[in-house]
Every structure is written in structure tokens, then in C-alpha cells.
Design a protein around this ligand. Structure first.
Ligand code: GLY
Length: 380
């Protein structure tokens, strides 16, 4: 993994041997997509996949830039929202792609947030047994997390992302200017995933976020660029050492086991965004670590205070109306957590912390301690 700047663009490299790829970070990159993606797209057939929000905003601009360098360029749109990460929309997308008349030289271009990126990536992993794809993430969450690292997939009735593949993109273009059209709530949710990198492995980055988080949410380009760069740098480094999450990559799931349980409980209906669930989940991971005697209470307070100051949910009292009051919530959260992908040989593993910037994978968590913690957490 290397980082270098050229004018106002920063370039990182995810080092995975022959599957290595660049991450370009900067403002107004869409207008330079023809140069930045020339290696991946020149002379090839490509299909832009957007959703019903990102298509009308950006597809025409991107098409104008890429049509001259591609052999043929099409644009397909999916409905915006988590519901599109389903088996039904995956099957529909495959039929539409095959209907265009494609071969294995095809390149898919994901133009959207996490939903578009995850679905496009899984389509790329499986279409004709695998075609190339590039990521143009349009949300902060996708820029700092989901567009990098090759996790692709769809949701099943049993849970999120339970069918998918590790399939790395050929390039990631993180255009900071696209974040200006993001609803403020989505921006905050993406900020939670950004801060996660400080909490899991870089205490200095968390201190920096405490000082500059507000400027980041105000879209100050220099501050935002630094935050996206730091996050992608850490993610690229971790993915480069553990692509398929056999150990170290698990740290990127800080707050996610708790968060996924809350999302499952909320029903993916938009009442609780993924980044909001991660914010709650990270505070829970710190609180649970304090309860187990692993971490000082002062660190957990600092985390809670910062996330709350950034307008993110941090406690059960912040859960959407109608969710907190449901009876049996703690039991259902415990059951969701027992089904998580991080369970290995029936034993529950959780990312916990010894301090800010010092996450680790705790094996063999006691179900009783976890359910007692969740019961207290729900009561507030
Ligand atoms: N979002 C966690 C990972 O990519 O591993």
C-alpha cells in the first residue's frame, strides 16, 4: 500500500499482487474519469450501474467522459434503497446485463453508495464466472469502507450480506465533490464508519476526528480529503494483509455485530441507517469491554461524547420510535448476534477494545454475559 499526491488528487494502492488496484481520492474526479480509468476501460465494453438517485445526478456526466474511451457504454439503473440488495433484483440485473449482449471483457461501473457497490460487485463476481468492475462511490460510507476491499453481496431473509463473494474492483474513484448532494443524515452515518478506523487502530486519528469532525461534516474539502485518505489507507493496508477476513480484517467489524443485530431488528426500512447502527454498535462494544474489565470507562465516555456531538445515535434512548419499546428486544438482539457471520464453530466472537485505537477479536464470548449486557443496555 502506497500513498502519493498529484496536484489535488491522492492515490493509494491496495496491494494484492496481480489483483492490486488504485484508489484515487480528490475533488471533481468525475470530470477526469476518462484519464483516471483509462487503464481499466479503454477500448472495452462497459456498463454504468446507478440507482434512481445517483443516475439522474451523475450518469450523464460520467457517460460523456467515458463514451469516447470505451468500445460501447450502457447505463442501467436500479431502485434506490437497501431492498435492491435482494436475490430478485440481482436476478433481474443479470437478465438485463445478459440482454445487452456482453462477453467477459465487460467492465461494470458501480456509480452509487454501498447498495449499488455491493450488488454490482456481486454481479461482476458471478456474471459469466467473473468480469471486471470499478467503484465510483457516491456516499461517504462507500468512500471510506464498502467500495474498498472486495466484499460484495446481497441480503437474504436470514440476514444481511449472507450471499456474496470476495471480488476486488479494478479501481476506486472517490470523488469528494459527490458528497455535496448527500442528505445530512447519510453524511453523519458515513462519518461513523470513518471514525471507526481511529477507534480500531489509530488513536491519533480519533483525536484528530474529535478536533475536526464538525469541519468534515461541513464538507471542508481539505478536512474531508484527509479523513477519506486516512480511512482508505488503513483499509487498504488491512485488506492487503488479510483479504478474506481470516483474522485482522475482522477488526473492521468493530461495532458491526451489535449494529447488524439492531439493523435486523429495525427491519432495514430506513429507520436506522447502517452507519447509525454502527455508531450505536461501537459505543456498545466499548461499554461491553468496560463491563468485562478490558477497557477504562473514560475511553468509552470519550467515544460516546464525540459520536453524540456529531449527531449520531449512541444509546438505546436514541433508537427509532417503536423499536426501543418492543418487549423482548434484548433477547431478540442476543439471538441475532448468535447468527452473525463472525460466529465460528458455534462460538461467538466479537471485536472488543482495550483502549481507543486498540481493538482485538475476543473469542468465545459468554452468551450469559452478553445477554445480561444487552438487557441493561435496552433499559438504558
Ligand atoms: N466493512 C468491513 C470490511 O470490508 O471488511
Amino acid at each position: 500500500m502506497t500513498g502519493m499526491a498529484d496536484n489535488d488528487i491522492t492515490h493509494l494502492q491496495v496491494a494484492l499482487g496481480p489483483r492490486s488496484y488504485p484508489i484515487h481520492i480528490g475533488s471533481n474526479l468525475l470530470d477526469r474519469a476518462d484519464q483516471l480509468l483509462a487503464d481499466q476501460l479503454s477500448g472495452r465494453q462497459a456498463v454504468i450501474l446507478s440507482d434512481s438517485h445517483t443516475g439522474p445526478l451523475y450518469a450523464a456526466r460520467l457517460t460523456e467522459k467515458l463514451a469516447p474511451i470505451t468500445r460501447r457504454l450502457d447505463h442501467l439503473e436500479i431502485a434506490a434503497g437497501e431492498a435492491s440488495k435482494s436475490m430478485a433484483s440481482y436476478a433481474d440485473l443479470m437478465d438485463r446485463l445478459l440482454g445487452l449482449g456482453v462477453d467477459r471483457q465487460l467492465v461494470l461501473i458501480a456509480l452509487g453508495g454501498g447498495v449499488v457497490g455491493d450488488l454490482t460487485g456481486f454481479a461482476a463476481a458471478s456474471l459469466l464466472r467473473g468480469v471486471d468492475f470499478v467503484q465510483i462511490p457516491t456516499s461517504l460510507l462507500a468512500q471510506v469502507d464498502s467500495s474498498v476491499g472486495g466484499k460484495t453481496g446481497i441480503n437474504m431473509t436470514a440476514g444481511k450480506n449472507l450471499v456474496g463473494a470476495f471480488w476486488q474492483p479494478r479501481a476506486v474513484l472517490a470523488d469528494l465533490s459527490l458528497l455535496a448532494s448527500l442528505p445530512e443524515r447519510e453524511l453523519r452515518a458515513g462519518y461513523a464508519e470513518t471514525v471507526k478506523y481511529g477507534l480500531l487502530g489509530d488513536a491519533d486519528f480519533f483525536s484528530w476526528a474529535e478536533a475536526h469532525g464538525a469541519e468534515c461534516l461541513a464538507l471542508d474539502p481539505a478536512v474531508l480529503g484527509r479523513a477519506v485518505y486516512q480511512a482508505c489507507r488503513m483499509k487498504a493496508e488491512i485488506v492487503g494483509t488479510d483479504e478474506t477476513e481470516s483474522d485482522r480484517r475482522m477488526l473492521l467489524n468493530l461495532g458491526h455485530s451489535f449494529g447488524h443485530a439492531l439493523e435486523a431488528e429495525a427491519g432495514y426500512d430506513g429507520r436506522l441507517l447502517h452507519g447509525e447502527a454502527v455508531s450505536l454498535g461501537m459505543v456498545m462494544a466499548f461499554d461491553f469491554s468496560v463491563r468485562l474489565g478490558l477497557c477504562e470507562a473514560q475511553s468509552a465516555s470519550r467515544v460516546r461524547q464525540h459520536l453524540a456531538r456529531m449527531g449520531l445515535p449512541v444509546s438505546a434512548a436514541d433508537l427509532p420510535a417503536g423499536l426501543r419499546q418492543t418487549s423482548g428486544l434484548a433477547d431478540r438482539l442476543t439471538r441475532h448476534m448468535a447468527k452473525d457471520k463472525k460466529v465460528r464453530n458455534g462460538r461467538l466472537r466479537l471485536v472488543l477494545v482495550r483502549a481507543i485505537g486498540a481493538a482485538f477479536v475476543a473469542e468465545d464470548i459468554s452468551g450469559d454475559q452478553l445477554s445480561a449486557f444487552l438487557a441493561d443496555w435496552v433499559e438504558g
